[in-house]
Structure formats: C-alpha cells, structure tokens
Design a protein around this ligand. Structure first.
Ligand code: ADP
Length: 317
C-alpha cells in the first residue's frame, strides 16, 4: 500500500555472481568427491566379474572330448552358473558320443582281426598248391590285399586306443637312441622282406619324458613308411643328431617322396597319395602326429634335395 514504508536493497552484480558461484560449489562438492569413489568401486566389481568370466573362458578353451574333468562351478558368478552347468551337460553328452564311436571302431576292428588272421593262414597254406603262371600272380595280389587289410585293422585298433582319454601308460625317461635301435631291429623283418638296407646312426644323448609306447608309435610309423615306400633293394637311414643346436631324428628313404600338393594332407586320417604303393591304410602319419604333438615332438616332412626320397624329421622337445 502506498502509506507503508518500502525497503530497497541494492546488491551489485559482482556480489550476486560470487554468491551464486559459492553456492554452486558447495552443492557440487559432495558429488565431485563421491564420483571417483563410485567409479573405483564400479571398476573393482566389473574387473572381478570379468576375471572370473575370463577364468571360465580359459577352462572352456582347455576342454575337449578327452578331458576327464568338468568345469568347476566354485568361482563362477551366480549369473553365469546356469550357463556353465549347461555347458558341462553338453560336454558330457559329447564325451559319451565319442566314447560310443570309439568303442564301435575298437569292437569292429577287434572282431575283424581273428577272421582276417585265419584267412591269412589259409592263404599261406594254399601257396604250395597254386599252379605257376597267371594263378600265382592272382594269388600274390590276393595275399597283398589280405596283408593290407590286416595292417588297416591294426592301425584302426591303434587309433581307437589313442583316442581314448587315458593312453599310453605312465611318463618315463626314454633314451631315444635305445628306443630307435629297438624300433629298427623290430622292423628288420620288413626291411629283409623288401631287401631294403636299413642303417642307424646315433651318437648324441637324447632323453624324452613320455610314455614309451607313444614314442614308439611316432618312430615306428615313420620308419615303417620309409621301408614301405623305398623301392625294393632301396636304402633307409635313421639318424639321431643335432641340427642348429637341437636334437632331431631323421628318417630318410630313397622312394618317390610326396608330391608338394599332397604335403598338407598326408597327416589327415585315411588320406593316401593317389597312386601310392599298396599296403597302407592312410592312418600311420595321423597316428604318429597325434602321439608326437601330445608329448611336445614335432614332425616335419620334406622331399630330399640330394636325390629322390622323403626326409621325415622329428624335432625332439
Ligand atoms: P599309409 O598307411 O598309406 O602309408 P600314412 O598316413 O602313413 O598312411 O601316409 C599317408 C600317405 O603319405 C601315404 O599313403 C603315402 O602316399 C605318403 N607317404 C608317407 N610316407 C611316405 C614316404 N616315406 N615316402 C613316400 N610317400 C609317403
């Protein structure tokens, strides 16, 4: 009303701005202080969760149909526990499917072994009664076919045993020179049958820690191949020596070698180079490589440059 006194307060612009700024700072302070703390807590939580996720991923990556254990649920966050449970379930179904398949191959090969051995014996007995000429030639083909089938059955049995979760027995310190001498003398029968001159050259000490049967299967298969693919009357050399400071075993033959185009596939199961000599199963190199890789050995195949033939080199661990 007009008769009432009026008070007018004057604040200058500068003063008002400073007040507003001070208030804003006071109100923003707690947020400014709390924000880094909140971020730190968030970071700790997220990195703990992702650490356990990474742990689970590592566990999953290390599993295959042969691993005996399941993924542990112990340190898994609750949110992904059902996923890990489902994965374990899937893993156990895959394992049992593999086991069934393995058993089938093993049983089939095992059941075939006896009748095939009987056929082999019958053929041997028959030899004396085969008339000379074309009949003998046919008879020889038949005999080669039976030998090949017997070899295939043995390799299949070997393969199915190799695929089983626990293979080869316990680790031991294996003297490679002793092992190679043993291998060569066992395969001497095959060398004699094909009139192949097989030689062994040792000289360096090499010890590998692995089940002896597994190592035998690596070298036996390579030497067996060399003896089979070398020509009649050919030469096979087995050498244990050092190359660039590392111990290697070379198996050299003077056969046809492997065409470059097939090099990438010869380790595949059942792969045979078209036109390769009869008597093989296509499983030998696959078996050798599986056994080698399991114990830190590496097989390298190379055609020889100093003449015809293949060099199979095993790099020892
Ligand atoms: P196989 O029982 O047929 O010999 P492998 O798996 O041992 O089966 O070998 C696969 C293929 O690689 C063979 O079929 C053959 O063509 C080729 N091979 C392996 N070793 C040799 C070798 N020493 N010389 C020539 N070819 C070879």
């Amino acid at each position: 009303r007009a008769d009432q006194p009026r008070v007018q307060v004057l604040q200058n612009e500068d003063y008002r701005r400073r007040r507003a700024l001070r208030r804003a700072l006071l109100e923003g302070l707690p947020i400014t202080l709390l924000l880094p703390l909140a971020l730190l807590i968030l970071w700790i939580i997220v990195s703990a969760a992702s650490r356990s996720l990474r742990g689970v991923a590592r566990d999953v990556a290390s599993q295959d149909e042969r691993s005996p254990t399941e993924l542990s649920l112990a340190r898994v966050p609750d949110e992904i526990a059902p996923l890990v449970g489902a994965f374990n379930n899937l893993l156990s179904r895959v394992r049992s499917a593999f086991a069934t398949q393995r058993r089938f191959v093993q049983d089939a090969a095992h059941e075939l072994r006896t009748p095939m051995a009987a056929i082999g014996l019958q053929i041997e007995n028959l030899r004396a009664h085969v008339p000379a000429g074309e009949a003998t030639e046919r008879f020889n083909q038949l005999e080669a076919g039976v030998t090949r089938a017997q070899h295939l059955i043995e390799q299949l049995l070997h393969l199915s045993r190799q695929d089983a979760p626990r293979v080869g027995g316990a680790n031991e310190r294996v003297d490679i020179e002793v092992l190679l001498r043993d291998s060569v003398s066992q395969l001497m029968v095959l060398a004699d049958a094909r009139r192949v001159d097989i030689g062994f050259e040792g000289g360096i000490a090499a010890v590998v820690v692995a089940p002896v049967a597994e190592l035998r299967s690596v070298f036996d298969n390579l030497i067996d191949n060399a003896l089979r693919y070398a020509p009649e009357g050919g030469v096979v050399d087995v050498k244990l020596h050092q190359v660039e400071g590392h111990a290697v075993v070379d198996v050299l033959d003077n056969g046809p070698g492997i065409p470059q185009a097939a090099m990438g596939r010869v380790f595949d199961r059942f792969f045979r180079v078209p036109g390769a000599a009869a008597g093989g199963s296509g499983l030998g190199l696959a078996i050798a490589r599986t056994a080698a890789e399991r114990h830190g050995l590496r097989i390298e195949l190379r055609n020889r440059t100093d003449g015809p033939g293949l060099m199979a080199r095993v790099h020892l661990p």
